[in-house]
Design a protein around this ligand. Structure first.
Ligand code: DHB
Ligand code: FE
Length: 286
């Protein structure tokens, strides 16, 4: 039986990818940020999953504004790094896990979540930057990855509650897969940031830290936070944080009687490009 055993949360700022790709990670601006991921890279080596289920958002790259799925699951065998305007990042192609992805699509749709099945898709910084932060610069990513894209770009955007409930459904779906697989689920995006208009550059450290506290301690209550609170307090793009609720809902305590996860690592850093960077690793306890 497959099992979700841990969840990872991280911001996915494009400039972080550029810093790595251009060899600037050791510069004074970037070094403190990458230091916060040293533990995580070691943790990945010691706790290598068989599959990563990676929740992220596409930034109008793969889907453009022509078609905007609310929840899209990547069922292909591979996903190429997208060209976001400066050429594709020089990182490995992402290999998928088609049998598990197809199983999850079937199971979650039968639990009344309408997913869009995607059989061909390039993946943007939302997916590749978290992989770089957690895995460094390998020749190949350490395991297959199932991309799961959430619309947080164009209204209407799914509610935090729906994201949390979707995470719970994902846990059940993974548990119903016959093969013995250790699955990690990642929630990416955030933290507070606004990229346009008079408030461009907005960062709200108080909001971010409280979000992290509540994500750990009481995600069901956090899931009730309305969109307008994110937009007002954390900026228009701070909305990306609702994706973290999907990963959090997939932890053991989303089930009745389930134990709360252990905080293996917590990191927060300001600034990186136009945003605050938040990062958590939660492990389910046996
Ligand atoms: C930036 C872009 C993002 O997609 C994001 O999540 C955070 C920051 C940026 O351009 O700085
Ligand atoms: Fe983003």
């Amino acid at each position: 039986m497959a099992r979700i055993t841990a969840s990872v949360y991280t911001s996915h700022v494009p400039a972080i990818g550029a810093a790595l790709d251009l060899g600037k990670a050791g510069e004074p601006y970037w070094a403190p940020l990458f230091k916060g991921y040293e533990f995580s890279k070691q943790w990945m080596k010691e706790n290598q999953p068989d599959v990563i289920f990676l929740v992220y958002n596409d930034h109008a790259v793969a889907f453009s504004m022509d078609i905007i799925p609310t929840f899209a699951i990547g069922c292909a065998t591979e996903f190429k790094p997208a060209d976001e305007g400066w050429g594709a990042r020089p990182v490995p192609v992402v290999l998928g896990h088609a049998p598990l992805a197809a199983h999850i699509a079937q199971h979650v749709i039968q639990q009344d979540f309408d997913l869009t099945v995607v059989n061909k898709m390039d993946v943007d910084h939302g997916l590749t930057v978290p992989l770089s932060l957690m895995c460094g610069q390998p020749q190949a990513w350490p395991c297959p990855v199932i991309p799961f894209a959430v619309n947080v770009v164009q209204y209407p955007i799914p509610s935090g509650r729906r994201c949390y409930e979707l995470g719970r459904a994902l846990r059940r779906a993974v548990a119903a897969f016959d093969e013995d697989l250790n699955v990690h689920i990642w929630g990416t995006g955030g933290m507070s940031h606004q990229l346009h208009g008079p408030r461009a550059g907005l960062i709200n450290q108080t909001f971010d830290r409280e979000f992290l506290d509540q994500l750990i301690a009481d995600p069901a209550a956090l899931a009730r936070k309305p969109h307008i609170d994110y937009v007002r307090e954390a900026g228009a793009e701070g909305m990306e944080m609702i994706m973290w609720l999907i990963a959090r809902g997939a932890m053991a305590d989303g089930e009745p009687g389930g134990k709360a996860p252990r905080v293996a690592h917590r990191f927060y850093h300001v600034p990186a490009s136009n945003t605050a960077v938040g990062h958590l690793i939660l492990e389910d306890q046996e």
